[in-house]
Design a protein around this ligand. Structure first.
Ligand code: TYD
Length: 211
């Protein structure tokens, strides 16, 4: 007997857009429909994902020269983490018939690392990653996202962080407008009241249930 392959659904959006909340809500909703779904995300829980988390938090390895990692190194680590995540987690789950709901994937690298690096290079690094059955992009107002994350501390910090989020959001919107987020993409207004947003996501995912 062959188990039917699961579906691969990705959530994308800036920090504070609500991707984690909505991805988890979708896992629960699918459960109520009798579909076994698992939550995962990137950076992953695997060895390279853990290294990345430490690097992003500025935790350096004892004995090495302190300092931030070069954006190219970060981009390579995200791409390496993605290959590892697909091979050892996402693909095996899909093959077991599970639906995989993933918080961030290739578009995060294009939107975030795209601030510093050429998009064609980033796209080529991620060429082997595979394609989600559906990408849900939550459009978000960066100022609201910052408020949601409670980042109103130091003024300079605030403006730097807001500026970065604005540029990442602009990248996401450009990718969406260019059709560069993949074949099956649904862009939704992340400012919708939560029940409405959940309903819109369920409607988008509903189409996959029939396939
Ligand atoms: P995030 O989803 O916030 O993870 P966690 O909640 O576990 O800290 O991701 C961490 C940050 O990494 C976030 O600011 C987006 C960034 N990121 C990239 O810059 N490129 C990528 O390819 C991915 C997956 C994430």
């Amino acid at each position: 007997m062959t188990t039917k392959q699961g579906r691969f659904i990705v959530f994308e959006g800036i920090d504070g857009a609500g991707t984690t909340t909505q991805a988890r809500a979708l896992v629960s909703w699918l459960g109520t429909r009798g579909i076994k779904a698992v939550y995962t995300g990137e950076p992953s829980e695997g060895p390279i994902g853990s290294m990345l988390r430490n690097a992003l938090r500025g935790r350096v390895v004892p004995g090495t020269v302190p300092g931030v990692l070069d954006p190219r190194v970060i981009a390579l680590l995200f791409a390496a983490d993605r290959v590892d995540h697909v091979l050892y987690d996402i693909r095996p789950s899909l093959e077991r018939g599970l639906w995989v709901i993933c918080d961030r994937f290739v578009c995060s690298s294009l939107a975030y690392q795209g601030l510093d690096l050429e998009e064609a290079w980033l796209a080529s690094l991620n060429r082997e990653a595979g394609h989600p059955d559906l990408t849900i992009f939550l459009r978000m107002d960066p100022a609201v996202a910052m408020e949601r994350m409670g980042r109103t501390r130091a003024r300079l910090d605030h403006f730097e962080a807001l500026d970065k989020l604005q540029r990442v959001e602009a990248n996401y919107r450009r990718l969406e407008a260019q059709g560069a987020m993949g074949k099956d993409v649904v862009g939704l207004d992340g400012l919708l009241p939560i029940p409405e947003l959940e309903k819109a996501i369920q409607d988008a995912v509903g189409a996959l249930l029939e396939r």
